[in-house]
Every structure is written in structure tokens, then in C-alpha cells.
Design a protein around this ligand. Structure first.
Ligand code: MET
Length: 375
């Protein structure tokens, strides 16, 4: 283990071998196949990969593993304090693999703690992958566990209300059932759930890990046994992260601490100003900080989102530029109204992803949009 600080490791993780290779930037390996004149040896290697092992050698085929993607996986695992990480084509592909692994193990029941990202909620509620769900509060989650429960799923801070869960209390209460924490909004800069007893940490890497709104991916950090199950699923479902995305995500990790801390400072100031605004009825901002702010408004939330000029009206988050959206219309639209209500997602809620612009410029845009949308 390195003697350097976490912030230093964010810059160097996944790249420690580069200087010895005579390189500065990580190589991008776009191979879809890997030649071998040793057919018998290659067949044995393929068997190993199919079982979810990854020895770091040639991957046989691009769907199985990739050296550039491995660099990102190793770096993220190090930053989350995990034995391993497994990267996928999107956050939803990563979540799907976690669910399918539990179904394959004969434990298809999930305890879900709302709120969650809308499509996550929908995937669990619909049972599309063969899981069933019991929705529970963090306090009731342990009592919802049955002999067939494979997973407890929680997101903290949650999308879109920024509700926080006491992860240590939850994981202690639910042990030995694995707890999966969607930590997309926190990033490992603000929270490392494995240190609080979580079994798996999931990120939509599309958000802060990439950080520039130009790369889609998902990743799960966990122990090697779980990683093996996830690689087995990835092998057969083909949900592999693209090598270019692996490169971009590794690059994103180097600036993750400065981006998250910078945007966090701006977001906390915007949360303070919003709380004083007469058209804002409630502000949601996590105790651990972060670059997401949600608020309920007496103005028309749809008109508000349409009235911004510097901020971009769009779903997604975690980019260097600020984005705003109306969860009931977009990110959580797929949930039915009753479920949205149960999850505490009001029709008046607006979600803001704060970027790296100047705080006064953002406030000027946001406050003019609120006034414009006032009814
Ligand atoms: C298609 S909606 C979503 C994207 C993203 N997960 C968000 O919360 O904004």
C-alpha cells in the first residue's frame, strides 16, 4: 500500500507502472481480440475468465477484460479501499450485474431503501431481472430481510432528495446480508462506504468520476469474491466498459478531489442563498457536502428549469458545468406517482448539479429563473 495521501493517490492510482514503461499517458488498447499461438493455453485462460477470474494477462477477447479498463478498475478500487472493482458500460449495467449475481446465487429478494435513482427504483419495483423487492426505511431494513434476501440496496445521498442514511447502522443491522451503496453523489472524496461496512459501492461513473459529461460508465468496488461473480455476469451479458471510456474515467479520477471540493463549496453557498429566497420552500443539502442541491419551490418548477440561461436544463450530473432538472418530469418519471410520493419526491422539487462556474454567476441565473417562473 502506498505511503502517499489519498489526494495524491487519486492523481497516480492506476498509473504507477507508466514511467517504467517509458510512458506518461496511459496506453489505450482498442483490441477486440488477442492473438495466441498456444490454443490449449488460451482455452484454459478462457475457462478462467468465464469463472470470473482476471489474472491481468491477455484477455482473449475484448468483452472479457481490457488493460485500459483494468487501470481504471484498479485505481477506483484503491480509492474506495476495495480489493477489486468491476467496470460496466453504464451505472444501470453495473446495478443489473449486481442483481443478476444474486438471482444466480438463488437469493433473488432485495430490500430497497427509498429514495433511489428513478430507473433503479423501477428496475427493482418491476422485477424485470427476476428479483423481488420489499421497500423499507433504513431503520426497518433489517426486519425486511428473509432467507432469500441477497442484497440491501441504498443510495446516500439519495437521488434526488439528497436524503442520507447512517451507513454504519444499516450495515451492522443487516449483516451478513450484503449492502450495496450507490455512492454516485458522494464520490470517494466525501464518503467511502466500504469503511462503514458496505459490501459493494456502486457509481454511475458517467457523473463525477468522468466529470465532463462526455463519458458513460458504471463501476462496482467490492471484495474479490463478489468481483468474480460480477465479472462472470459481465462476461455473458457483454456489459463491458469501452476502453476509451476506461481511459477517460481514469483521467477523471486525477481531478476528482479538486472538482468535488470546488463544486461543493459553491453548492453549499447556493444552498444557503436558496434557503433565504422567498419562493423557495425547502432546501435539501447533504451534511457530508457535495455538489448537488435540491429545493422545493412555490414557483412553477417546469417553467423554472426552462428559464435558466447559464445553467443547462438537462438530466445527469457531475459535470464541470451546472445542470438543472425537474425529477418528477425526468429522472424519476418512470416511477408511478404513489411510489414517488412514498419516496418523498415532491412535484415541486428541482434538482441542481453544481459545476465549477463562479457562484455569483450561478446565483444570478438561478434567481432570475425563479423570479421568471413565479406564479
Ligand atoms: C434518464 S434520467 C437520468 C440520468 C441520471 N442518472 C440522473 O439522475 O440524472
Amino acid at each position: 500500500m502506498s505511503m502517499h495521501s489519498w489526494t495524491t493517490r487519486a492523481v497516480h492510482a492506476g498509473k504507477d507502472d507508466l514511467a517504467a514503461l517509458g510512458l506518461h499517458a496511459p496506453p489505450i488498447d482498442l483490441s477486440t481480440t488477442y492473438p495466441s499461438y498456444d490454443v490449449v493455453g488460451e482455452a484454459t485462460r478462457l475457462d478462467e475468465f468465464a469463472e470470473g477470474h482476471d489474472d491481468g494477462g491477455p484477455p482473449v477477447y475484448g468483452r472479457v477484460a481490457n488493460p485500459t479498463v483494468r487501470r481504471f478498475e484498479n485505481a477506483l478500487a484503491e480509492l474506495e479501499g476495495a480489493e477489486a472493482a468491476v467496470a460496466f458500460a453504464s451505472g444501470m449495467a453495473a446495478l443489473s450485474a449486481c442483481l443478476l449475481a444474486q438471482v444466480a446465487a438463488g437469493r433473488p429478494h432485495v430490500v430497497g431503501v427509498r429514495p433511489l435513482y428513478g430507473t433503479t427504483d423501477h428496475l427493482l419495483d418491476s422485477g424485470l431481472l427476476g428479483t423481488s423487492v420489499t421497500w423499507a426505511t433504513p431503520e426497518d431494513a433489517a426486519s425486511a430481510i428473509t432467507a432469500r434476501t441477497g442484497l440491501v440496496v441504498v443510495e446516500s445521498p439519495a437521488n434526488p432528495t439528497l436524503d442520507e442514511v447512517d451507513l454504519r447502522a444499516l450495515t451492522d443491522a443487516c449483516a451478513p446480508v450484503p449492502v450495496l451503496v450507490d455512492s454516485t453523489f458522494a464520490t470517494p472524496v466525501l464518503q467511502r462506504p466500504l469503511e462503514q461496512g458496505a459490501t459493494m459501492v456502486l457509481h454511475s461513473a458517467t457523473k463525477y468520476l468522468g466529470g465532463h459529461g462526455d463519458v458513460m460508465g458504471g463501476v462496482v468496488a467490492c471484495g474479490e469474491d463478489m468481483a468474480r461473480s460480477l465479472r462472470q455476469i459481465r462476461f455473458v451479458t457483454g456489459a463491458m466498459l469501452h476502453p476509451m471510456a476506461g481511459y477517460e474515467l481514469l483521467r477523471g479520477l486525477a481531478t476528482l478531489p479538486v472538482r468535488v471540493r470546488g463544486a461543493s463549496a459553491t453548492a453549499s453557498e447556493l444552498a444557503r442563498r436558496l434557503a433565504d429566497h422567498p419562493r423557495v420552500t425547502r432546501v435539501h443539502y447533504p451534511s457530508i457536502g457535495g455538489a448537488m442541491v435540491s429545493f422545493e419551490t412555490s414557483a412553477d418548477p417546469v417553467a423554472l428549469v426552462s428559464a435558466v440561461r447559464l445553467i443547462t436544463p438537462a438530466v445527469s450530473l457531475g459535470s464541470v458545468d451546472s445542470l438543472i432538472q425537474h425529477p418528477a418530469s425526468l429522472t424519476h418519471r418512470i416511477m408511478d406517482e404513489v411510489s414517488r410520493k412514498e419516496a418523498g419526491i415532491s412535484a415541486d422539487l428541482v434538482r441542481l448539479s453544481v459545476g465549477l462556474e463562479d457562484v455569483d454567476d450561478l446565483w444570478a441565473d438561478l434567481s432570475q429563473a425563479i423570479v421568471h417562473a413565479s406564479r
